[in-house]
Write a protein that binds this ligand. Structure first.
Ligand SMILES: *Cc1c(COP(=O)(O)O)cnc(C)c1O
Length: 431
């Protein structure tokens, strides 16, 4: 059992039988199983609340890795999934299509299509959506008859997922994949062009190596799981200009930023530039079911359009375009269309600023930053992550610091009261 610290004993005893029976047989994410605190047993969720098996209720500051954008158990999404469950939970996507997937592809491209992004490849997780984007970019050049463009440029502080290709374009220093350093395909990981010096350096690197490079991949506006760092829209304009100048494909990984998180439906809209490929997942189904999409510009798709079978995109996850997940995504898009989500993000943004800014004067605090419905307090260092996490639970909130940051990515529908309690808890715990 993980977390054999004595403070955890009471927790274990208060839990239901399934907890003790299964805990020694499950392998938890991003955890040193020997020293991690015991996970909390959850009985139910609703709105912005997590109900624990022992009856306690926590205000959720994370929205389950920022997926549950409409809060948990939204009745409109539930009803859509229940309807779909009764007719067809899943059918393979090879040679068969169905209403929910085609409707979703039509709707997503309706939102992205004005920017030219008009072909959707569905998969079942963000990492796989990134793998597909990388494969599209690499094969694009081969299909165009260009050899040698085999590298991807990515950025320090970036995170693109946990599969091999996605790990290789993530920052090895951010702590996720360091233990596999040297075993992954070598990509080119550089500084974001945040100022003139880094822009000139990137331009020079691309000028020298463009013939070896297929694409640039970036998380627009917010680098999420790699440390919740922000950059402004000008950086994306710079990247678009550099990609054009050196004839590279540009991939925006909007798995964190998509669906309102930064204040617009997609972060790239704030920059007025368009990627060649975009990846979406996380909030796509409103946090109910796993689904992801890689959406390509016509120019990318056209490079695969051929009489030659070898030019096809050879990818096809078993649960691709799962009907339940697509039904959930369609219902989630209904909610974005008819409820004032982006206005809610604006309100959350100002409450996060007011609520977190006072932390800046604490001696241990390095930085406070807010973008849309994401609020971050970066500390100089966190000595005891387990203890800090426990302090938040004692405050009745679920906030899960990592690295040296404490962050909030609440549901976009969170009640003002609950949000004030979250920021209040952060101020109290850090003080
Ligand atoms: C979470 C995330 C991924 C990986 O998605 P999974 O569904 O966890 O595989 C990729 N890119 C970004 C920007 C993410 O936030």
């Amino acid at each position: 059992m993980p977390g054999n610290a004595s403070e955890n004993k009471g927790l274990a005893e208060a839990n239901p039988a399934w907890y003790a029976a299964g805990l020694d047989h499950v392998w938890l994410p991003y955890a040193q199983m020997k020293t991690a605190s015991l996970p909390l047993a959850v009985a139910a969720t609703h709105g912005s609340r997590i109900v624990l098996a022992d009856g306690r209720e926590l205000i959720d500051g994370i929205a389950s890795w920022w997926t549950a954008c409409h809060g948990y158990n939204h009745p409109h999404i539930r009803a859509a999934v229940e309807r779909q469950l009764a007719t067809m939970p899943h059918v393979m996507f090879g040679g068969l299509v169905h209403e929910q997937a085609l409707t979703l592809a039509h709707r997503l491209t309706g939102m992205l299509g004005p920017h030219g992004l008009d072909r959707v490849f569905f998969s079942e997780s963000g990492s796989v959506a990134v793998e597909v984007a990388l494969k599209m970019a690499l094969q694009y050049w081969r299909n165009c008859g260009v050899r040698g463009r085999e590298q991807i440029v990515a950025f320090k502080g970036g995170y693109h997922g946990d599969t091999t290709g996605a790990m290789a374009v993530s920052d090895p220093q951010s702590g996720f994949h360091g233990s596999l350093a040297g075993l992954l395909p070598r990509q080119i990981i550089v500084d974001l062009p945040l100022d003139e010096a880094s822009t000139t350096a990137l331009d020079a690197l691309l000028a020298e190596q463009a013939e070896r490079i297929a694409a640039i991949i970036v998380e627009p506006l917010v680098q999420g799981a790699g440390g919740m760092r922000l950059h402004d829209a000008g950086v994306l304009q710079t990247l678009r200009a550099l990609a054009d100048r050196h004839e590279l494909l540009l991939i925006f990984d909007e798995i964190f930023t998509g669906f309102g998180r930064t204040g617009t439906m997609f972060a790239f809209e704030q920059a007025g530039v368009t990627p060649d490929i975009i990846t979406l997942s996380k909030a796509l189904t409103g946090g109910t079911l796993p689904l992801a999409a890689t959406v390509a510009q016509r120019k990318v798709f056209d490079a695969f359009w051929s009489d030659d079978p070898a030019k096809a995109l050879m990818h096809g996850p078993t649960f691709m375009a799962n009907a339940l997940a697509c039904a959930a995504a369609n219902a989630s898009l209904d909610l974005f269309a008819r409820e004032p989500r982006l206005a809610q993000v604006g309100r959350i943004e100002s409450l996060l600023r007011e609520g977190l800014e006072p932390c800046r004067k604490l001696a241990e605090v390095e930085d406070v930053r807010v973008k849309g419905a994401t609020g971050v307090v970066e500390l100089k260092r966190i000595e005891n992550l387990n203890r800090l996490r426990q302090r938040f639970i004692d405050e009745g909130v679920f906030v899960r610091p990592f690295g040296s940051i404490v962050y909030l990515t609440p549901a976009l529908t969170i009640a003002e009261d609950d949000l004030l309690k979250l920021t209040g808890a952060i101020r109290r715990v850090l003080a």
